[in-house]
Design a protein around this ligand. Sequence first.
Ligand SMILES: [Fe+2]
Length: 264
Amino acid sequence: MIDLHSHILPCLDDGARNMDETLEMCRIAEADGIHTIIASPHSRNGVYNNDEKTILPVLKKVKEAVKEKGISIEIIPAVDMHIDPEVVTFFKQNSQLLLGERYVLLEFPSQSIPPYTGEFLFKMKLKGYIPIITHPERNTIIQGDISVLHKWVEDGAIVQLTAMSLTGEFGEKVRKVSLKMVQSGLVHFIATDAHSSNWRKPILSKGRNVLEEILDSNRAKAMVEDIPKKILNGKVIESIEIQNSNHTSSSFVKRLFEKKLLLK
Ligand SMILES: [Fe+2]
C-alpha cells in the first residue's frame, strides 16, 4: 500500500516528536504493508511554515536512519498545505513538494470553508495544479452537507479520506459522514494522516478493510495503491460516479448495520 499523507518527519510540526518516534512510525507502517509513505508536514496553517528548506534536509536524515535500521520503506516529500491564496506562488518556489509534479495536498480549516474556495480551486487547475482535499470529513461545514464537495470533485479536485475516520476512531459522526462520502463516490483514496506512534499511527489496513466491506475489493485496493500510485506518477485520475449525497439508499444503510459498520 501507499500512504499518501503523513506527519512522520521529526520536529517539523505536531507529528513525530523525535527521530525515534519517526523510526517507530516507519516500522509500524512497514508491518502494516505500506511500502511507500509520503512525508507531508503542515505548512501555512498559522502555526507551521514548512517548505523545501525545512523539509528536505530532515527527510535526508530520516532516509539515512531508515536505511541504517533496515526498515524497508520509501519516503517521498510533500507538504500538507493549509488553503491559502498564495499556494500557487509557494509551489512555484517549492516544486519538489508537489506529488507527481502537479498534485497538492490541501487542508481546510476544521470549522469553516474560505469564501474564495471554489474560484481558488478552479484557478489552481488553470495553473496546472490538481488539488487533493485532505480529510474533508473532519470539516464541520462539510459534515453538515457533503454536497459541498460535489462541485469541487466535478471540477477535478481529488478527495482523500483519513483511514481512522472510516474505522470510527474519530467518533461515530465522522464515521457516518465518511461512509456516506464513500457511498456517494466522493472519495478517491484513503491515507493515514499519521501523527504519532501511539494514537494516530500509520495504519491503512483497517481503513481498507472497511472499504472492502462496502465496495468491491478491486476498488478498495485502488484506494490504497493504484490511485495513490497514479498521483505519484502525475497521471490523471478518472472521474468517479457521483451519486446524490442527500439520499442514502436504505439497502446500503441496512448492509452497514448488518456489517456493524453503523452503530446507531
Ligand atoms: Fe495532515
